[in-house]
Ligand binder design. Structure first.
Ligand code: TYD
Length: 138
């Protein structure tokens, strides 16, 4: 089983009534890890490519709470999958050790990221060739 096989879309519970919508993301229930960090990305032009890294430890869930973007996931062995994020209640789960690139941001895109770790630059692999080498060594 490659880590890329564990990438999946998550449908979060949504409560809606005449007052509007409310989406829930609970650690260990809707989100398959304990959430240690939250950050969000907005104001990226459509031609910008973000990410371009793998994480040795961190797992993530990405949710476009507004607007849309695309996420390309690579496994370093020639397989890649492209996901579209365009609904506030739909996220993508990214396990550790997958290469990810986020792009095609709409002008109103707000990409919410839930992470399983506190930030540690040492667990980021930012060079694709180094990532492929690490995958081969696994
Ligand atoms: P980076 O991971 O390169 O962003 P992206 O993958 O979206 O292009 O992060 C950009 C900068 O922000 C980089 O200098 C690291 C810093 N950063 C933190 O300090 N803490 C964090 O939680 C994150 C995600 C980034």
């Amino acid at each position: 089983m490659h880590n890329i096989d564990n990438v999946r879309m998550l449908e979060l519970p949504e409560l809606g009534d005449e007052k509007g919508n409310l989406v829930i993301a609970e650690s260990g229930k809707d989100i398959p890890f304990e959430i240690k960090r939250v950050f969000y990305i907005y104001g990226s032009d459509p031609h910008v490519v973000r990410g371009c890294h793998a994480n040795k430890v961190s797992e993530f869930v990405l949710i476009n709470v507004a607007g849309s973007s695309k996420v390309k996931v690579l496994d370093g062995e020639g397989n890649e999958i492209i996901y579209s994020l365009n609904r506030p209640k739909t996220g993508i789960y990214l396990p550790s050790m997958v290469w990810k690139e986020m792009y095609d941001f709409s002008s109103d895109s707000v990409l919410l990221v839930l992470a399983s770790t506190h930030y540690d630059e040492n667990e980021y692999v930012r060079d694709l060739e180094e990532y492929k080498k690490l995958v081969r060594e696994c």
